[in-house]
Design a protein. Sequence first.
Length: 224
Amino acid sequence: GAMTNLIHIPVNGKAFGRWSAGRGFKDEQAALHALVIGVFGRDGIRSFRFHDGGQVFAIYGYSDLSAEGLVTRARMTAAPDVLDVIDLDGLRAKPMPEIPAGTRIGFDLRCCPTRRSMKGERDAWAIEAAREGGADNAEDAYLRWFSDRVSAASDVETFRVVRRQTAETSRKGRKIKLPDVTIQGTVLVKDAEAFEALMRGGVGRHASYGMGMLLLRPADPEMI
């Protein structure tokens, strides 16, 4: 398949705040969706994540395009005020190696763990908590949700929830509440192609809103 590149784009935090407010965005997810798609197109960056480090702001993402390809596209289509927000000169890319079956690899994932229910899209933990014999706690519910989505590509070896909150955000003009959960752990890759598809497409829904990007990290120590 196409080469997958890991992209890093420095963001000017103050300019992003001004730009979002000026465009009337009330929440970060909706603003990021408009920014990334407005600059790079719907197929430019497949799954991405916004890092707000207090001083350092950046977007990480996976793309089929090279750094040059993304910058060329952005220079043609981005509005001038957007170029104050993202630093195209600082955009960097790294080709991702194939991760073969049998590899233990760590992950860090900010995701939106929802399932469909009679009442529409709901927090996977809320759905399980309401069901007889469901998970006893949120971590178990999210582990089951995550395992369901990665099982074709990998087996989950370790898993923990490191941050959990509810995000009030807007989708197509409607206000909705969604779980905003960061999880970490280690998986054992079973299928290299399926794992690459997971990285490109993201895990769960709302990839174009900055959720579901599988950031790789060193594996946890093996449980002896």
